[in-house]
Design a protein around this ligand. Structure first.
Ligand SMILES: [Zn+2]
Length: 116
């Protein structure tokens, strides 16, 4: 992601109430259901910035310890998406797509013990 004003690399910050060093991954992993994150993209060269909000709720699809692992996997996908997209709107679409994907393709480790 480059600055639309001057082309310099943008810095991504996640908030609110997160330390400046918090990565998007850590913020999403730590977020409560229904929590809203602020994603700020800042250009330190010219001062351009953009603040967008993202609801973490949309990827919190399971409960328990497995959720953390599965969310980490999802966040890998999100990070991949984020690296190549132009706006947080697109990221939100990616989250929705990932959720739909999960809904239609259950993870094998997440199935009930139907064959016991
Ligand atoms: Zn700039």
């Amino acid at each position: 992601m480059d600055c639309p004003a001057c082309g310099a690399p943008l810095t991504l910050e996640v908030g609110p109430e997160r330390p400046p060093s918090t990565s998007l991954r850590d913020a999403v992993l730590a977020a409560e259901a229904d929590e809203r994150l602020e994603i700020t993209r800042v250009c330190w060269d010219c001062g351009w910035q953009e603040v967008r909000q993202l609801r973490v709720e949309s990827i919190d699809t399971t409960a328990g310890d497995e959720a953390t692992v599965q969310r980490a996997t999802l966040i890998d996908e999100i990070n991949d998406e984020l690296a190549g997209i132009e706006s947080v709107d697109t990221l939100e679409e990616a989250l929705a797509t990932i959720r739909r994907h999960r809904d239609t393709n259950p993870v094998t480790t997440d199935t009930d013990d139907t064959t016991e």
